[in-house]
Design a protein. Structure first.
Length: 327
């Protein structure tokens, strides 16, 4: 049977000592780039895979990152986690997911456990965009989607205001001049920010006041009845895809064509809702995987010794579909 290559084999092929080969493969020590590349080529040629325990011992790192979330459904945390894993895997790092279920004691337990595991850093996220209290741990931390209340911490969020404004500008560009807005609870920051942006962007084309309710299809259906009692509209921008799908269902029940009579936009680009809607929804993509990638990249920089960067706001993307463009 073919022997498993060892670090000494890599060193011999590269013409360096075993310690130099180890430093080159672990990105430690003061070595010339040409030496590092020669060692890596030798390792690749031999099919050498570094031992993770030895790598951790030699570098003083565990090559693991914790992800703390309050989003039990995974609606927001899963795409963020997938994006983070994309960035972390390039450095052969593992990610440990911990769901706190909005329980402060559970969060404290997970944080103690992660620190005891000697994780290199922690990503904190959740299902709401409201700022949250920072955590107190002796490792680098980056907050994703749910920013830290401490402006000195590194936080990565989405541009909710810009996203809602882009949906309304799209409606205006299509000639819509009686635009309403239906969204979630007024107590939720995301709903309030999106509603304010819709009103400001629509200007004289805005009808009535933003309608606030629950994040559900049921509320979307009911909101259509409320709107039409107050007069006609030719467009409805919604604060979520769930609400928008309910809006489309109720308009269809009432014999109103979407988008011929009323154009509808959603928010989130949640494929379960946006693509199953009849018709498929024009919506705002939060680009959560990109947010996760950027969060992990910033965490890696902090682990490498960089200073916290404060709040970073990433742009959203409007995804046009049949609910505004037709077939």
């Amino acid at each position: 049977m073919r022997a498993v290559p060892r670090i000494t084999d890599v060193a011999a092929l590269a013409g360096v000592s075993a310690s130099t080969a180890s430093k080159a493969l672990n990105d430690t020590g003061q070595l010339r780039e040409e030496t590092r590349q020669r060692v890596r080529r030798a390792a690749e040629q031999l099919g050498f895979t570094p031992d993770s325990r030895g790598r951790a011992l030699s570098s003083g790192r565990s090559y693991t990152v914790g992800l703390i979330t309050t989003d039990s459904s995974g609606r927001f945390s899963i795409p963020i986690m997938q994006g983070a894993e994309d960035a972390l895997s390039a450095g052969e790092m593992a990610l440990v997911l911990c769901d706190t279920r909005d329980d402060a004691l559970r969060e404290s337990h997970y944080l103690r456990s992660l620190v005891a595991r000697r994780v290199d850093g922690i990503i904190v996220t959740g299902r709401r965009t409201e700022p949250r209290a920072p955590i107190d741990v002796p490792v680098p931390v980056v907050y994703a989607f749910s920013p830290s209340t401490d402006p000195g911490d590194t936080s990565v969020v989405t541009d909710d205001r810009g996203g809602a404004a882009s949906a309304v500008r799209h409606l205006l560009s299509l000639g819509r001049r009686r635009i309403a807005h239906v969204t979630g609870p007024a107590s939720h920051r995301s709903a309030a920010v999106r509603a304010a942006a819709a009103v400001e962007t629509a200007g004289d084309a805005f009808v009535g006041e933003p309608l606030h309710g629950e994040w559900s299809e049921r509320w979307g259906r009911h909101a259509v009845d409320v709107l039409l009692r107050g007069g006609e509209v030719d467009a409805i921008s919604c604060g979520s895809d769930q609400i928008a799908r309910g809006v489309c269902d109720r308009l269809r029940e009432l014999g109103r064509s979407v988008p011929d009579d009323v154009a509808v936009t959603g928010y989130d680009n949640w494929s379960v809702m946006a693509l199953a809607s009849r018709p498929p929804l024009t919506t705002v993509d939060l680009r959560l995987e990109e947010l996760g990638r950027r969060t992990a990249q910033l965490l890696l920089e902090l682990i490498g010794g960089a200073s916290p960067t404060g709040l970073l706001e990433l742009p959203t993307e409007l995804v046009p579909r049949e609910s505004t463009l037709g077939t």
